[in-house]
Structure formats: C-alpha cells, structure tokens
Write a protein that binds this ligand. Structure first.
Ligand code: EPZ
Length: 420
C-alpha cells in the first residue's frame, strides 16, 4: 500500500490548480442513466471514485467513452441491467445514486444497501422514503433495496426531515421522469445539488427553485443529452486554503469559486488568514502574525461544511488560544483526533464537540486515517510539523484529492509518495 512521506516547516508558495468536484461528478455521472442520449461531462477529476462510478455504469450497460483529459461521454442507449452489486456499493457509497435514475427510467432497480462507514451509520432511509412517496414499492431483501414502479413514478410532495445531499439528488433525478409535479421541501442546497439540477435542466428537465431548499420538478417523458462542465471542487479549494494558512505561506487557488466557500473563508479570516478573490480564483495567505482560535459548527450549505471539519481542526491545533469545533452532520467524524494528538495536538472530545487548545508546534509521526478528509487533515498537520510524517492508507486520499503530492510539491512542500 502506498504511503505519503512529508517533512514540515516549509511555507507553501505558488499556484494550486483546483479540479472538478468529486461530489458533483458522481451524481452527474449517475444522471446519464436517465436518457438514451449522450451526456458529455467535462472537468471531471481523475480520482478513484470516478473510476468506480464508471465501472458501475459500464456494468449497467452504459457506454463510457473517454474524450480527452477529464471528459467522458456517457451513453445509456440500452441498459443491460438494473442491479448495483454489493462489491461496488461497499467500496463507494455514492453508488446508491443510481437508484433514483434506474427506477425512473426502467421501472425497477436493485441496489445493495451500503451499510455503515467510518464516519457514521449513514442510512439511506430518506432516499427510500422519498422514492416511496413518488409511488415506488420498496422491499429490503438479502441486503439489497428492491425498488419497483412498473407503471412509472408519479409526482409526490416530499418533505425531508433533515437535509440530505444524496437523498435530494436521488429524488431529484427520479422526479424528472415522474408523471406530474414533485415538490422536494427542505432539499439540500449544496452547490453540487444545484450543479446536478442545472445539468438536468440542460437535458430538458423542468426544475424550479435551483439553489433553494424547495425544488419543484414537472416530470416529462424523456430527457435528451447535454454537455456539462463539472463545477470546481469547493472542498479541495478550502483544503488547500488551509494548507496556505497552516504553513504561513501564500497560495493562489486557480479555478476556485469564492462564493462556494464563504463559510470557510469567514472562519479563516477570523483566524487571521488573508483570503482575497483574484481574477483566477482565490489567494490565501498568512505571511505575518499568529493564528487565532475560532469556534466552528458544521451545518448544511451555506454553513460550514462537515467535509472541512478535520482540516480546520488541524489548523486550530496550532492556533493561539482555544477553539470549539462542533460536528452536527455525522455522529462519528472525529477519528482524526487521536492521530492529531499523536502529533502533539491538545484536543478533547466531549460528545459532538472537540475542544482544541493550540500548541506552538506539532511533531511529525507515522499516522493513518479512516476517511478521506481526516487523511487530508493529517497531511496538513504534517506540513506544519517539525520532522517527518508518514501517512498510511493513502487510498483514502486518492479517492478525493487529485495528484495531491504533485500539487503540494510544486508549491515547495517536501512531500513524496512511497510506492510499495
Ligand atoms: C454527501 O454525502 C457527500 N458525499 C459527503 O462527502 C458529505 O460529507 C455529505 O454529503 C454532507 O455534506 C457525496 O456527495 C458523494 P447526507 P451523503 O445524505 O449524501 C443522514 C466526502 O468526504 N441521513 O447529506 O451521504 C446521514 O447519516 C463525503 O467527500 C439519514 O439519516 O450525506 C448524515 O448524518 C463524505 N438518512 C446526514 O443525514 C438518509 O437517508 C447527512 O447525510 C440520508 C442521510
């Protein structure tokens, strides 16, 4: 298994190119199942999860053709199956996003239940409830969701009791081909949901309220093809913003969209970091002055993203004073805490909150994490630490950060991948 080895203490300086958003790309790829025409997606990041989704779609009979760097043409002319097997779903939970499109297009779908994962139990009950409210019959058998709607889905009024990104995406895709109007209330407002809705609209779907918490979809008989560029990855952008801050460096994030990471920029500014919009994206710098502890609570968009909680915690670990970080989205998303503590951080967890008392310096250590964002927080801690840090289980990072060691090395980081 590969490892990342890095030595801390170098202020990063340079430009980091920001790729397309993984969490927008995955539902967009699933949307290709809704039509027999070609959906061409560009600005796709080169990540393991994208390969996994391509494999799943190919197994369902989708023609997946590479048309250059970051461009895939997806044609679901004749589907050969409607089952998403356990083997792929357990590797990538986002596989469950094929459920809504398959059901809407084929009248049936069989998708393995994903099961729990490192950051929480993560059920899909709200996806299923929403589809049932659109007329689907849902049975759970032998670890699989068996969904059917032989006469097609019908419009429904769905009120999500809590904000769910994937649940909103599944219901939204299904609703585009349902008979009549569907209303999705308390829908997720994450930019990735809006990007999916924009692409569906380009495919001919009738959707009102894009970007708001109430989506109204008037179902139609068929969708057409489209060409769509995936929006820039706000979590990758914000993660590298913290890299500039934690090393006392200055990075330009080329292609980043400031409007997508306002809550993170606000927290960084409150901590003493300069964040300015540029013609190209964003510049993040901390040339002088200490970092100050700030309190942060994760919330659905436009609140502070749970996918940035671990990275901000690494920053707070070396800030002056204390900071309280509260996680409200996932019940078990503090697995980075013991690893950060092994590097010298002073962090105590009480229920859903972590109290971080900043220390002057972290020290390098061999570490590992059990999820993507937690792994990146260890990279950040390593960039700020004295001595060498070795990060194991790099496959987590490869799921969400494209060419991470190259991007950081180009800005001066002493970092390499050790192949095994
Ligand atoms: C998406 O996951 C992202 N993944 C996650 O990013 C992100 O952390 C999360 O949204 C929250 O922003 C993708 O987009 C592929 P949810 P998703 O449904 O859709 C509970 C990363 O690091 N819930 O919004 O699975 C759930 O357990 C990943 O890139 C139910 O109870 O998240 C959680 O507590 C990790 N029942 C909360 O809602 C359901 O049916 C929010 O989950 C669905 C969700």
């Amino acid at each position: 298994m590969d490892r990342i080895r890095l030595k801390g203490g170098v202020p990063l300086d340079g430009t980091i190119p920001i790729g397309g958003a993984k969490n927008a790309a995955l539902p967009l790829m699933a949307a290709s199942l809704l039509t027999d025409r070609t959906l061409t997606l560009s600005n796709l990041p080169d990540l393991v999860d994208i390969t996994t989704m391509s494999r799943l779609l190919a197994e369902l009979g989708v023609d997946v053709a590479r048309r250059g760097d970051g461009v895939l043409a997806l044609t679901a002319g004749n589907l050969s199956g409607t089952t998403a097997e356990y083997d792929l779903v357990r590797r990538m939970r986002a596989s469950v996003l094929v459920l809504g499109p398959l059901l809407a297009r084929c009248g049936r779908a069989r998708v393995s239940l994903p099961g729990g994962c490192a950051i929480g139990t993560r059920p899909v009950d709200l996806h299923l409830k929403a589809l049932a409210q659109m007329g689907a019959r849902i049975d759970l058998q032998e670890g699989y969701v068996e969904a059917s709607a032989p006469d097609g889905l019908t419009g429904g009024h769905v009120v999500f009791p809590m904000v769910t990104v994937g649940g909103t995406e599944n219901a939204l895709m299904a609703a585009t081909l349902a008979r009549g109007e569907t209303v999705l209330a308390n829908a997720a407002r994450e930019p990735e949901v809006a990007d999916l809705a924009a692409c569906l609209a380009a495919m001919g779907a009738h959707i009102d309220g894009i970007g708001t918490d109430t989506l109204r979809i008037e179902g139609i008989d068929r969708l057409g093809g489209a060409e769509h560029a995936v929006l820039p990855d706000r979590i990758e952008s914000a993660s590298y913003a913290v890299a500039a801050a934690i090393t006392g460096g200055s990075l330009e994030l080329a292609g980043a969209r400031p409007d997508l990471i306002e809550s993170v920029s606000d927290a960084l500014a409150a901590a003493g970091v300069e964040v300015t919009a540029t013609a190209n994206g964003l510049r993040v710098a901390r040339r002088n002055g200490p970092l100050t502890g700030v309190d942060v609570m994760t919330e659905p968009f436009p609140g502070f993203p749970t996918d940035m909680q671990a990275q901000l915690m690494a920053l707070m670990a070396v800030a002056d004073g204390a900071s309280m970080i509260t996680e409200t989205i996932f019940e078990n998303r503090f697995m980075h805490v013991p690893e950060l503590c092994r590097m010298g951080a002073n962090i105590n967890v009480h229920g859903a909150s972590a109290i971080v008392r900043g220390v002057p310096r972290l020290s390098g250590a061999p570490v590992m994490a059990t999820d993507l964002r937690a792994s990146f927080s260890l990279v950040l801690a390593g960039l700020a630490a004295q001595g060498e840090t070795v990060i194991n289980r790099v496959y987590h990072l490869d799921r969400g950060y494209e060419r991470l060691e190259h991007k950081l090395a180009a800005c001066g980081a002493d970092i390499e991948r050790v192949k095994e």
